[in-house]
Ligand binder design. Structure first.
Ligand SMILES: CC(=O)SCCNC(=O)CCNC(=O)[C@H](O)C(C)(C)COP(=O)(O)OP(=O)(O)OC[C@H]1O[C@@H](n2cnc3c(N)ncnc32)[C@H](O)[C@@H]1OP(=O)(O)O
Ligand SMILES: CC(C)C(=O)C(=O)O
Length: 616
């Protein structure tokens, strides 16, 4: 049937609880909840191909590594393999002493007994029993009224209690009890409290037992599921706060939430539910689970982390988390999955990239001044905290801008292009990106820079290549002096350069008040390339004995207006261990770009390779 023009003919709106005493909107998260992973139960039962026992074991070990202390490992009555998995964990000593395994059973006596058998020999175990309590389930699934539904819960709670006492004395197991009024969020709130009161009474009133005296590890767990998410998260939070404030002996109760993501709001519902009084959260790592999944514990934990609250779960190696989850469940992780997707720390768009690049520069300055707080445009947490590098932070396509491209050049090649050169190179990259219609890799951009500015190896050389040069000082009366001996207004420098011009060795020579002007004169008189410098800058690359200099130069024809920077010049880059060398190479790089295919003037000083070799 197509979508209805008037969906109210088929769907009724959720009726919110008339609850006005809510306090949760004014609260803030203070600490992490108790976490329970149900990857091996709710996560597993929803897979087309449930996990094998070895996959479950791998997943279990990873959950331990992440820091989970409560793990729902199975629905032991479902199958022999579910049953055996619990026994294998116990018998093989795979469960650390401080970890509680949890197992799920329906309120059915045969299945409860089977569930207890699976726990033989366990040190710590939470027995989790459920029955649905909503009107729809009472009528349609159980054909039971409210009283009968309460009786179903309480009689089976008593059975759990008896078996817990028996197994505890036989095997020394520490037992805790969790009860879920399944479909809680669709159950009348007062009735959900009534069911749980009856279950609590049944659990706490066993003869001769010390259980349930309010000590932390013995509190009964009431797990309130949004079995199907049917309302906005604020309505769910109201239901949780209502439960938390109406259940008696609140100090003897742990309130747990188990949200599903049918409306896409499981994270929000759980977060607001914590503000509303919940102590514990059940969910799965990366959100696998029935239908749209259980709440994603990675997102919940890292949301807390981003607020400066220790989540007590360690996601600092997100790649291994992704590997474990995808290899065990066979499900992919969406590229935009919060904190874990391959694109979530990546910006393609120019204005984002520009802000991130500036943000990193500002961050470095703040860090140098001792402020270690993370504050960076578009990146809520430091990707490095979850094991990602900064390489993926900026990626380039036709939506990218100069800032992002300059960031990549700086990261990949340690070249800090001056602002106007960034604009020039951006146009180069943009035209490649538009022509190819695809994302450009770091290698594509590096190659484009090398081709454009003739740096980085013989295959990128331009028509003119600097082979060697010699610089001498003179004063204007023509008396040659050794380098570095003279300075001042009369100082002149003469540069002789050996070049390869269109494959032919050439020598040129020129004089000026510095090496660059001497070189420009040599190019002018030797090769007929007449250029003036409009902008020059340089910086060091690296440090210690490996330090190099990088120079950037923009040249213009001598008759161009050097102040009118809208008239584009030709840019060049030079990298050399020596600052003079890098400057000369930058000028030559720009000169190469200025000449295009035009014919150059003949040799002015020396063009005979043999003569040259003799001279050297
Ligand atoms: C919301 C959740 O995720 S709950 C967990 C769901 N997980 C699973 O179901 C996975 C494991 N389940 C199984 O392997 C099987 O369903 C079993 C072994 C538990 C039971 O199998 P079967 O005995 O064949 O029963 P089946 O599942 O078809 O039907 C459920 C029966 O249990 C009843 N039932 C359902 N839930 C409960 C409950 N929580 N407590 C008591 N009875 C229940 C149903 O009313 C139905 O009874 P009926 O046969 O008298 O109509
Ligand atoms: C058994 C309960 C907790 C459940 O899985 C659900 O309601 O989704």
């Amino acid at each position: 049937m197509p979508m209805l023009a008037d969906p109210s003919q088929r769907y009724r709106p959720f009726k919110p609880l008339p609850f006005t005493d809510r306090t949760w909107p004014n609260k803030q998260h203070q600490k992490a909840p108790i976490w329970l992973s149900t990857d091996l139960r709710d996560g597993n039962q929803s897979l087309a191909n449930p996990m094998t026992n070895s996959q479950k074991l791998r997943f279990f070990s990873h959950l331990i590594k992440l820091g989970f202390k409560e793990i729902e490992v199975s629905y032991p009555a479902a199958s022999e393999s579910d049953f055996n998995f619990v026994q294998d964990l116990i018998n093989n000593g795979d469960i650390p002493d401080d970890v509680w395994i949890q197992v799920l059973t329906p309120a059915r006596s045969d299945l409860i007994r089977k569930t207890f058998e699976s726990l033989k020999g366990a040190k710590n175990a939470i027995v989790h029993m459920y029955n649905a309590t909503s009107c729809l389930f009472r009528e349609v699934v159980f054909n039971a009224d409210q009283e009968e539904t309460i009786r179903l819960a309480t009689t089976h709670t008593q059975l759990v209690r008896e078996l817990a006492e028996e197994y505890s004395s036989k095997y020394g197991t520490n037992f805790r009890f969790e009860y879920s009024p399944e479909t809680f969020s669709q159950t009348e709130p007062a009735y959900a409290v009534q069911v749980c009161e009856a279950v609590k009474k049944a659990w706490l009133s066993g003869s001769g037992s010390t259980w349930g005296d309010g000590r932390k590890e013995e509190r009964i767990i009431f797990n309130l599921p949004a079995t199907v998410e049917v309302s906005t998260p604020n309505c769910f939070a109201d239901q949780v706060e209502y439960f938390s404030t109406h259940i008696s002996e609140r100090e003897k109760v742990i309130i747990s939430l188990h949200t599903h993501n049918d409306r896409g709001c499981a994270v929000a519902a759980s977060e607001l539910g914590i503000l509303a009084g919940a102590d514990r959260i059940e969910g799965t790592v990366l959100g696998n689970g029935e239908r749209t999944g259980n709440v994603d514990l990675v997102t919940l934990a890292l949301n807390l982390y981003s607020q400066g609250i220790p989540p007590h779960l360690d996601f600092s190696d997100m790649f291994s988390v992704i590997d474990t989850v995808t290899e065990c469940t066979g499900l992919p992780v969406h590229p935009r999955h919060p904190y874990a997707g391959e694109l979530v720390f990546t910006a393609f768009s120019g204005s984002h990239q520009d802000a991130i690049k500036k943000g990193f520069e500002a961050l470095q300055k703040r860090q140098a001044a001792g402020d270690v707080h993370w504050e960076l445009p578009y990146l809520p947490i430091d990707p490095a905290d979850v094991g990602c590098t900064y390489e993926a932070v900026i990626r380039v396509n036709s939506q990218s801008g100069k800032g992002g491209i300059a960031y990549i050049v700086k990261q990949a090649q340690s070249l800090d292009l001056p602002r106007r050169m960034q604009i020039a190179f951006y146009k180069v990259v943009q035209s490649i990106s538009e022509a190819t219609g695809r994302e450009l890799s770091v290698q594509d951009i590096t190659d484009a820079l090398r081709r454009e500015y003739h740096v980085g190896g013989a295959q990128f050389d331009g028509r003119i290549v600097l082979r060697s040069y010699n610089l001498t000082d003179s004063i204007t009366d023509g008396t040659a002096t050794p380098a570095d001996t003279e300075s001042g207004p009369d100082r002149q420098r003469t540069l002789t350069a050996k070049l390869l011009v269109d494959g032919v060795v050439r020598h040129i020579s020129g004089t000026g008040n510095g090496p660059l002007s001497a070189f420009l004169n040599a190019l002018k008189f030797g090769l007929g390339i007449d250029l003036a410098i409009r902008e020059y800058s340089e910086h060091a690359i690296g440090g210690g004995s490996d330090v190099k200099a990088a120079s950037y130069v923009e040249v213009i024809p001598p008759n161009a207006d050097s102040k009118d920077k809208t008239q584009g010049g030709f840019w060049g880059i030079g990298v050399d261990p020596d600052i003079t060398g890098s400057g000369l190479r930058a000028v030559l790089s720009a000169a190469n770009n200025s000449i295009g295919k035009s014919e150059l003037k003949g040799a002015a000083f020396e063009d005979d390779e043999k003569k040259l070799n003799r001279m050297q």
